[in-house]
Design a protein around this ligand. Structure first.
Ligand code: HEM
Length: 243
C-alpha cells in the first residue's frame, strides 16, 4: 500500500512539470474542490494522518527484525560479508533507508498535516526554497525510492511472481525492473524538485503569496467599501489640477 501510495504521489506531485496551472488543479482536486465545490484542506490532514499511521505500523513491524544488540549486529555484518548474496546485502540497505525515513518522512508528513492549505505551485515552491525543505526532499527522494523499489522487488521474489518460464531469467527480469522503476522515479522526482526550486527562487521576494491560476487573472474582484468609494469626489467635482 505504501509503495502504491508513493508512486501515485510522485505522479501527482510531478504535475508541476506540465505547468503551474496543472499542479494547482491537482492540489485543488486533492482538497475536494472539484467534488464538493469548496476547499476542504482537512481532507489532506486526514489522508496524511492515515498514511502516517500505516507508516508507523510498518516501521514498528520492521523494527522487530533490526539487530537488537552489538553482538547480533556484528553477526549479521559478518554473515553478509561471507555470504556475499545480493539480496541479503539489500536487506541492510532497507534497514538504513528505512531508518532515515523515520525522520525525513515524518517531517514531511507532519508539515502536510499541519499546513494542508499551503499546497500549490507557489506555496510548495516557497516551502522548498524559502523554508529550506529542498535538502530534506533530496534525501527523502533517494531514501524512499530505494526503499520502495527494493521493497516491492523483495515482495515479488518472496511471492514467486513469474515474468518468464526460466527461474534464472525470471530473477534477472525482476532485478532489471527494480532498477528501471527506481531510476524512473528518481529522475521524475529530481526533475520536479528542480522545477520547484526554479519557481521558488523566482518567487522568493513574494514568499507567502498564493498562486492565482491563469484563468482567474483579470477576474479578481477588489471589493472596495462602498462608503469609501462614495467619499471620493467625481473628477468633474474636483478643482482643476487636483485630479
Ligand atoms: C498524504 C500525505 C502526503 C501529502 C499530502 C504529500 C504532499 C506532497 C506535496 C504537495 C509535495 C510537493 C512539495 C511540497 O508542497 O512541500 C510533496 C513532495 C514530496 N513528498 Fe509528499 N506527501 C505526502 C506523503 C509523503 C510520503 C509518505 C512520502 C515518503 C515517505 C513523501 C515523499 C515526498 C517527496 C520525496 C517529495 C519531494 C518530491 C520532489 O521534489 O519531486 N510524501 N509531497
Amino acid at each position: 500500500m505504501l509503495v502504491l501510495f508513493i508512486w501515485g504521489h510522485m505522479l501527482l506531485e510531478s504535475s508541476i512539470l506540465i505547468s503551474k496551472d496543472a499542479m494547482y488543479r491537482v492540489a485543488r482536486f486533492m482538497d475536494g474542490y472539484y467534488v464538493f465545490g469548496a476547499d476542504y484542506p482537512f481532507l489532506i490532514t486526514c489522508a496524511a494522518g492515515m498514511i502516517l499511521t500505516i507508516f508507523i505500523v510498518h516501521a514498528a513491524l520492521a523494527m522487530r527484525k533490526f539487530p537488537e544488540s552489538y553482538r547480533s549486529y556484528r553477526a549479521f555484518r559478518d554473515h553478509m560479508a561471507t555470504f556475499r548474496h545480493n539480496d541479503t546485502s539489500l536487506w541492510w540497505l532497507q534497514v538504513w533507508t528505512g531508518f532515515s525515513l523515520f525522520f525525513l518522512g515524518s517531517v514531511h508528513m507532519i508539515a502536510m498535516m499541519t499546513r494542508p492549505g499551503d499546497i500549490g505551485p507557489y506555496e510548495s515552491a516557497d516551502r522548498i526554497v524559502s523554508e529550506w525543505m529542498w535538502p530534506v526532499y533530496a534525501l527523502l527522494l533517494i531514501a524512499v525510492h530505494l526503499h520502495a523499489g527494493v521493497g516491492i522487488y523483495r515482495l515479488a521474489v518472496k511471492w514467486g511472481l513469474e515474468v518468464g518460464p526460466d527461474p534464472a531469467a525470471n530473477l534477472h527480469r525482476l532485478k532489471l525492473a527494480r532498477w528501471i522503476i527506481i531510476g524512473f522515479f528518481l529522475l521524475l522526482g529530481f526533475t520536479s524538485l528542480g522545477v520547484y526550486i526554479a519557481i521558488g527562487i523566482e518567487h522568493r521576494d513574494h514568499k507567502g503569496e498564493h498562486y492565482v491560476p491563469s484563468w482567474e487573472h483579470g477576474t479578481i474582484q477588489i471589493n472596495e467599501p462602498k462608503q469609501a468609494a462614495a467619499a471620493v469626489p467625481k473628477t468633474s467635482q474636483l478643482a482643476g489640477g487636483e485630479s
